[in-house]
Design a protein around this ligand. Structure first.
Ligand SMILES: CC(C)(COP(=O)(O)OP(=O)(O)OC[C@H]1O[C@@H](n2cnc3c(N)ncnc32)[C@H](O)[C@@H]1OP(=O)(O)O)[C@@H](O)C(=O)NCCC(=O)NCCS
Length: 186
């Protein structure tokens, strides 16, 4: 994989490496049950947030299974607004994208803008061929986001997960590099 040049600037955002100073803001939104509702574990404790911010700050994207994690900031307004992640999946040219915003940063299009930048990174700089997103069918905000990104619903796996005390149906959205190029005008 080529070296990743950070920060990434978009129209309204700066995507940068996490820093130790992000911990309190990260914990503020990851300690909320509403943030954790569609994420794998429970709302994060301070210790869990410390571990996660440390891991994100020191990410290396060198081999299959690695995660690239970027802190989302609004341009000209320092402070963590959320994160966007890209996982290098096993198999040639495969990736998975994920996203979380602080409640105050939602409904402004920030997740779409940040995820679009990560798709661009994956396809145009890292040479990926297919990037997917996996989500709970009840997570309508994420499903809308996938659609806005031009991702196609590929699969619906009924009762694929059991978490938060109930069965959940998984949706798999994905986009291929050629479709991305057409959609982005590239
Ligand atoms: C999933 C999540 C990131 C989606 O956030 P979001 O704010 O809905 O998505 P965006 O930031 O792209 O904002 C899009 C919304 O902002 C609106 N918006 C307002 N101003 C806008 C602008 N200038 N540009 C674009 N969209 C704008 C859009 O209309 C859209 O609203 P709609 O869905 O009602 O049509 C957020 O709900 C979240 O963090 N959830 C908790 C964690 C989570 O579940 N993560 C995903 C696990 S799979």
């Amino acid at each position: 994989m080529p070296a990743i040049s950070l920060p990434i600037r978009t129209e309204r955002l700066v995507l940068r490496r996490f820093e130790a100073g992000d911990l309190d803001a990260f914990q503020a939104y990851h300690s909320l049950p509403e943030t954790a509702r569609f994420l794998p574990g429970p709302a994060k404790s301070y210790t869990q947030s410390m571990e996660r911010v440390g891991r994100y700050a020191n990410f290396a994207f060198e081999k299959e299974g690695d995660w690239l994690a970027l802190a989302i900031e609004a341009a000209g307004l320092p402070g963590l607004q959320g994160e966007v992640v890209l996982k290098w999946l096993p198999g040639r040219g495969q990736g998975e994208v994920g996203w979380t915003l602080a409640p105050g940063a939602r409904r402004k299009g920030y997740a779409t803008e940040a995820a679009a930048a990560v798709l661009r990174l994956g396809f145009e700089e890292l040479g990926m061929h297919r990037i997917e997103a996996r989500l709970d069918e009840l997570n309508t905000a994420s499903a809308s986001l996938c659609s806005r990104l031009g991702m196609r619903l590929e699969a619906r796996h009924i009762d694929k997960w059991h978490y938060k005390g109930q069965w959940a149906t998984e949706l798999v959205y994905a986009i291929l590099a050629p479709a991305w190029r057409i959609g982005s005008g590239g």
